[in-house]
Ligand binder design. Structure first.
Ligand SMILES: [Zn+2]
Length: 463
């Protein structure tokens, strides 16, 4: 047994030991032992359990990784790498070819990948049972310290609250993008819609990195002078096309990597990853490892969404990119965000069914298509019922982060004005938040800083 195998087992033993002597079990592991010691052990338990599931399903993960990187799909006009299908759809003007690519990809997914996904899912479910949890959903509700059922109710309410607003908002933007309205739209059209090629001239590649650095300067943060932040913006042939943030050591070594190509999506992802980068880079170095590297990712995602939101803020668009008429970019972003929020609300409801104690897995492809089609109002293929599932209910972090971001943004505007992004005092306030790393979860941090509770009705009202 090597150290990698021992680590998660050790973490489990430690945390279970504490839960047994102090914990109440209604509130789950997050309360075990209480205070910071309880939090550290709860975060370590989550980390250890993820590691254990990862080890037990590593051959499936490696097989999926290898196949996804090597398989090709053919829509009748030549092979396209499996992973390049979404990019091809985003850049394809012909809706029928987008649909043909989707069909070809789904056939490969169904035949080659789904059986492997299914083996991994069964094993993960089994492990939760071996540890005494009634289901994978029960395990992760406890490990994350999140009441997932309550979150499902809150997001179901969000779906109801945005029901009437959804079609007019999204249809307006679809028409503007030259795509069919809801009712005629196919899932294969969504990458084209998200790509928003018609907005490219407002988001030039040449201004991407500069606008990020100058936004942070406005907040009083000199990115070039941050010795712990490594900005990798050079274009290399083998570089990942997506921006990402890598954190070997928080806060001492944080990387922000991007291959700038421009466009709305590229700006959104650089600022999103830049939000993670600054959160980690400003985390206090004297916090315990668990509070610097682990914890509730709803917190770091909320700061990522906060910076990402700037690229659809009319004042920011005017100030940083000199956009004379920001309305098209602002409205596209509203529609995009609402599609994502409704999609993730449906995903959470589905994942709770899929991972629940009485899941009938044979019915799940249909359930998946039903919930996603209902929320997004696009006929949703069943095929991705396994591939479109986030490990360990990560979807819950995104949903909570969207709600939390709304609270941060409202507080920033109230304290520092509409143009808070150009205020060094706002930067100081944010750095005060970032110092906490992820010691507190989203609910605790929000209660401590603003005395508020995560509010999904406010999120719906602000769409
Ligand atoms: Zn993120």
């Amino acid at each position: 047994m090597n150290i990698k195998t021992l680590l998660p087992v050790l973490a489990l033993a430690l945390a279970l030991g504490v839960a047994a002597c102090g914990g109440s079990d209604e509130e789950g592991a997050a309360s075990a032992g209480g205070g910071d010691d309880g939090r550290r052990l709860a975060y370590l338990l989550h980390f250890g359990f993820d590691g254990l599931v990862g080890l037990e399903t590593r051959s499936e993960a490696a097989e999926l990784e290898g196949l996804e990187a090597s398989l090709e799909v053919d829509a009748g006009d030549g092979p396209v790498p499996y992973r390049a299908v979404v990019i091809a759809q985003a850049n394809e003007l012909d809706g029928d070819r987008r649909a043909a690519l989707e069909e070809a990809r789904n056939a490969v997914l169904d035949e080659r990948l789904n059986p492997i996904y299914r083996t991994a899912l069964d094993r993960a479910h089994e492990i939760c049972g071996e540890f005494g949890w009634s289901s994978y959903a029960a395990a992760y509700a406890e490990l994350r310290g999140i009441d997932l059922e309550r979150l499902r109710d809150q997001t179901a309410r969000f779906l109801e609250d945005t029901e009437d607003l959804y079609s007019p908002l999204v249809d307006g933007q679809l028409v503007r993008a030259g795509l069919p309205a809801l009712g005629g739209l196919r899932r294969s059209d969504l990458p084209r819609f998200f790509r928003a090629a018609e907005l490219d001239d407002r988001f030039p590649a040449a201004r991407l990195v500069e606008s990020f650095e100058s936004t942070l300067t406005g907040l009083g943060i000199d990115v070039a002078g941050q010795e712990n932040v490594h900005l990798d913006t050079e274009s290399r042939p083998t570089k990942s096309p997506r921006a990402f943030c890598s954190t070997p050591r928080v806060p001492d070594e944080v990387y922000l990597v991007i291959a700038p190509t421009g466009g709305r999506d590229d700006y959104g992802s650089l600022f999103h990853e830049g939000g993670h980068t600054e959160h980690y880079a400003n985390t206090a170095a004297d916090l315990a490892f668990e509070f610097r590297q682990l914890g509730d990712n709803s917190v770091t995602e909320s700061f990522a969404f906060l910076l990402e939101h700037l690229v659809s803020d009319p004042d920011w668009l005017q100030a940083q990119l000199g956009v004379g008429d920001p309305e098209p970019a602002v409205e596209h972003a509203r529609a995009f965000r609402l599609v994502m929020l409704r999609r993730y609300s449906a995903k959470l409801a589905y994942e709770l069914d899929l991972h629940g104690p009485s899941a009938d897995l044979e019915r799940m492809p249909e359930r998946y298509a039903e919930l996603l089609s209902g929320a997004v109002r696009v006929p949703w293929p069943r095929t991705s019922w396994l591939a479109d599932v986030d490990d360990g209910f990560y979807a819950a972090c995104y949903l909570r982060a969207w709600a939390l971001e709304r609270h941060w943004r409202a507080a920033l505007r109230e304290r520092f004005g509409e143009r808070w992004f150009a205020s060094t005092d706002a930067g100081e306030w944010l750095r005060g938040l970032w110092r906490n790393g992820q010691r507190l979860n989203a609910d605790e941090l929000l209660a401590e800083v603003l005395g508020e509770e995560l509010d999904f009705t406010r999120l719906a009202a602000a769409v």
